[in-house]
Design a protein around this ligand. Structure first.
Ligand code: NAD
Length: 403
């Protein structure tokens, strides 16, 4: 299917960036909101992104104006009758999403694709609000949309192969890396990130190390930033919400650190209000240290880099075992979605497991399991690989093959 015109619904944090990315590819895009102020803000975001390219000498002022002219801001569905694909980026509430999808279903051509930028909600449930479930799909872009390369493409139960192929091609035409992820809570990147962020938070609350020490060790390991810096950026309230949701869905291995609630109760939401794990502006992290002191040092708790990184690697193996994505895609998604590296090379969690050695990883997980319980139960597929002698790079085969 050729895409001649696109639309974005919701001009908030994600919507503005998405409309910029689409217009940058040369495609006309309608940007719709229900709130004139948000629409203006969305247009301002787009202009700012282009402006910064002009200032860096990456485009001329004339080119900027011609790209801006491709974006049509609106409060109505009037411009939607010839749109080929819509990405909805309205608030993360199923009720709102279903209403927007039903409205879109009524105004769009029958052939148009409806993509949702949801971070977590069920694509299949949303699709059921339309008469075109085969044309509904998830397109999970990351924030900021104009910078982050990854798009997780999530088919719902009834999404057709044609729709899937079309949105992969569309994402690639936007110069993004498209990874197909089967529908599951947290999709791929957030599902794998959460156990790691959670474990770092357990280490902190138990007094095993400070946030600065843990962040530094994780950066040394190869992540572009430490877990506490990242959580402050994401919002601790958002992490708590996602943590609760994944716990509900996956059970004990995702049991969230109680410290998330303590911080949110104390009004420490992250960078957005100047105080999270760290303090920003005039704020300090003294209240966090006081909360840790009040919790008391847990003498059995130790911080090691394995304790923080292995839950992410193990979750990658469980996702592979569940056929959520192909092995190469799991690694690609984590590299593009988080910027992770290992020993200076861009490597995802499965390639890292191969480097570590699957037998070493398994025995490390078993020790951690004995010490801390369910959060470290080794993935079944990890045991199977070790039993079969697929130990990673040293055995020339593990999750990948090596010459
Ligand atoms: N913010 C992020 O970091 C991030 C990252 C990835 C995905 N997402 C997902 O993207 C979606 C949007 O998130 P956001 O952070 O941009 O939200 P936001 O609150 O910043 O923006 C939502 C916008 O939708 C508008 N809106 C509300 N109801 C509408 C309707 N019926 N029709 C049209 N517009 C409507 C609001 O006025 C607002 O401008 C959510 O599903 C979220 O989970 C967000």
């Amino acid at each position: 299917m050729y895409i001649f015109k696109a639309a974005v619904v919701g001009a908030g944090t994600m919507g503005g960036g998405l409309a910029q990315v689409i217009s940058f590819s040369g495609l006309p895009v309608v940007l719709k909101d229900v709130d004139q102020k948000m629409l203006d803000k969305g247009m301002e975001t787009i202009r700012k992104i282009y402006q910064s390219r002009v200032e860096k000498g990456k485009m001329s002022a004339g080119e900027m104006e011609s790209k801006m002219a491709l974006v049509e801001p609106t409060l109505t569905y009037d411009g939607f009758s010839d749109v080929d694909i819509v990405i909805e980026a309205v608030p993360e509430k199923m009720k709102i999403k279903k209403q927007v999808l039903a409205d879109l279903d009524a105004v769009l051509p029958e052939t148009a694709i409806i993509a949702s930028n949801t971070s977590a909600l069920s694509i299949s449930e949303m699709a059921a609000a339309t008469k075109r479930p085969s044309k509904v799909v998830g397109m999970h872009f990351f924030n900021p949309a104009h910078v982050m390369k990854l798009v997780e493409i999530i088919p719902g139960l009834e999404t057709s192969q044609e729709t899937l192929d079309d949105v992969v091609a569309f994402a690639e035409s936007l110069r993004k890396i498209a990874v197909v992820v089967q529908e599951c809570p947290g999709f791929l990147v957030n599902r794998l990130l959460m156990p790691y962020l959670n474990e770092a938070t357990y280490c902190l609350q138990e007094g095993a190390a400070t946030a600065t020490e843990i962040d530094a060790a994780v950066v040394e390991f190869g992540m572009p930033m430490g877990p506490f810096t990242l959580m402050d950026m994401l919002g601790i309230d958002v992490c708590q919400y996602v943590g609760d949701y994944l716990y509900d869905e996956y059970g004990l291995r995702m049991a969230p650190a109680p410290f998330f609630y303590k911080l949110v109760e104390a009004g420490r939401l992250g960078e957005k209000n100047g105080k999270g794990f760290y303090g920003y502006g005039g704020e300090t992290d003294e209240p966090v240290k006081a909360l840790i002191a009040a919790h008391g040092r847990d003498p059995k708790s130790e911080f090691t880099i394995e304790r923080v990184m292995y839950p992410m690697i193990n979750e990658a193996i469980i996702a592979l075992q569940e056929h959520i994505s192909a092995g190469n895609d799991v690694d690609m998604a984590m590299i593009a979605g988080t910027g992770m590296t290992y020993h200076g090379d861009r490597k995802g969690p499965l390639a890292i497991a191969d480097e570590i050695g699957l037998d070493v990883l398994l025995s490390g997980m078993e020790k951690l399991f004995a010490q801390y319980g369910e959060r470290f139960r080794p993935a079944r597929l990890l045991r199977t690989k070790v039993r079969a002698g697929h130990l990673g790079v040293k055995a020339h085969r593990g999750f990948h093959e090596y010459a």
